[in-house]
Design a protein around this ligand. Structure first.
Ligand SMILES: NC(=O)C1=CN([C@@H]2O[C@H](COP(=O)(O)OP(=O)(O)OC[C@H]3O[C@@H](n4cnc5c(N)ncnc54)[C@H](O)[C@@H]3O)[C@@H](O)[C@H]2O)C=CC1
Ligand SMILES: O=C(CO)COP(=O)(O)O
Length: 321
């Protein structure tokens, strides 16, 4: 059996590495230098430095090679998922496991909704507290594997489980997706709090009030509260809101210190929350849901001064919890 991985960034490479413990992996990467480094040096210094990669991973710059796999882990960033997948040999009807965390800007659609525009192949979502470097080094990790079809989902849990990689089945695809997308935005907010020196009380308040926003938005979009309180929601929120290993948290850290967001975003790596924040604000307004922290993050990314944004958040009318 062969697993396909779409995307040679940190997360695609880490998933390829953990899967290569038991199966051959065909990895499509967009950058020829990433393909060459994986095939020749067994490394991906551009996106996942310091990890010696398995010889069972074969990288390719051509999507045709994915046809050899019956299961694809789709790890292109959220805003590129549609264009990347459209170039892949979908006619083979592989099972798709979506691993990006975000909402498509042009359509306000979650990743599974984007995929439904392209194919009716079986589809699941993998999400949870998963820093790529730790997964690639074999440190213990648990994720949500969400699929509307319980038969497909439970088979995927069995196939993707590894000694240090534990998927938990859920049938709540929307909940798993919303947790991952929203926590990225909240991680930026927590980084801002840290960078601006606002203290640990403020960060804890932000995590709790941010989780309330995630829950309100999730319920409005049909997610279940127990999913949002699980690995792909609260679990991932806690991880990324408390560590500078998170690109989103680190972006917020810089903004909180007064660095321009545009400069901080000028990197090869993605901080998905930056793309998600304005989209989330639009989606929340469309759903009639108040998300003041997400609005604050979107304002900061658009260049609003940190002091003003924080003062405005603190000046909001007092209300019941
Ligand atoms: N890094 C991590 O620890 C985790 C990342 N994720 C999610 O996985 C997804 C991918 O993130 P990473 O692998 O970390 O990315 P990365 O930041 O390591 O690398 C950037 C990736 O974006 C791709 N890219 C850039 N421009 C593109 C374009 N125009 N078209 C198609 N692809 C383009 C690059 O080829 C590269 O694969 C994101 O949605 C992220 O939120 C999820 C869990 C953990
Ligand atoms: O999603 C992640 C961990 O679960 C990775 O977080 P960052 O994208 O903020 O680095």
């Amino acid at each position: 059996m062969t697993i396909g991985v779409i995307g040679g960034g940190a997360w695609g490479t880490a998933l390829a590495q953990v899967m290569a413990g038991d199966e051959d992996v065909v990895l499509w990467a967009r950058e020829p230098e990433v393909v060459a480094a994986i095939n020749q040096d067994r490394a991906n210094p551009d996106f996942l430095p310091g990890v010696a990669l398995s010889p069972r991973i074969r990288a390719s710059a051509a999507t045709a090679g994915l046809a050899a796999a019956d299961l694809w882990l789709v790890v292109a960033p959220a805003q590129h998922l549609r264009s990347v997948l459209a170039e892949c040999p979908l006619a083979a009807r592989p099972t798709l496991v979506l691993c990006a965390k975000g909402i498509e800007a042009a359509t306000l659609k979650l990743m599974a909704e984007v995929v439904a525009d392209l194919t009716d192949a079986p589809c699941a979502v993998l999400s949870g507290p998963t820093f790529a470097g730790e997964v690639a080094r074999g440190l213990p990790t648990a994720v949500t594997l969400a699929c509307r079809d319980a038969g497909v989902g439970t088979a995927l849990v069995q196939r993707l489980a590894r000694p240090t990689f534990r998927p938990y089945f859920s049938d709540d695809v929307t909940g798993a997706e919303i947790g991952g997308a929203v926590k990225n935005v909240l991680a930026i907010a927590c980084g801002v709090v840290e960078g601006a020196g606002l203290g640990l009380n403020a960060r804890a308040a932000l995590i709790a009030r941010g989780f309330a926003e995630m829950t309100r938005f999730g319920l409005a979009r049909g997610a279940r509260a127990d999913t949002l309180a699980g690995l792909s929601g609260l679990g991932d929120l806690v991880l990324t809101c408390s560590s500078a290993n998170s690109r989103n948290f680190t972006l917020g850290l810089g903004i909180g210190r007064g660095e321009p967001a545009a400069t901080l975003l000028d990197t090869r790596t993605v901080a998905e929350g930056a793309a998600t924040a304005p989209v989330l604000v639009a989606a929340a307004r469309a759903a009639g849901v108040e998300m003041p922290i997400a609005e604050a993050v979107a304002a900061l990314l658009a260049g609003a001064p940190v002091v003003e944004v924080i003062s405005a958040l603190l000046a909001r009318p007092l209300r019941a919890e």
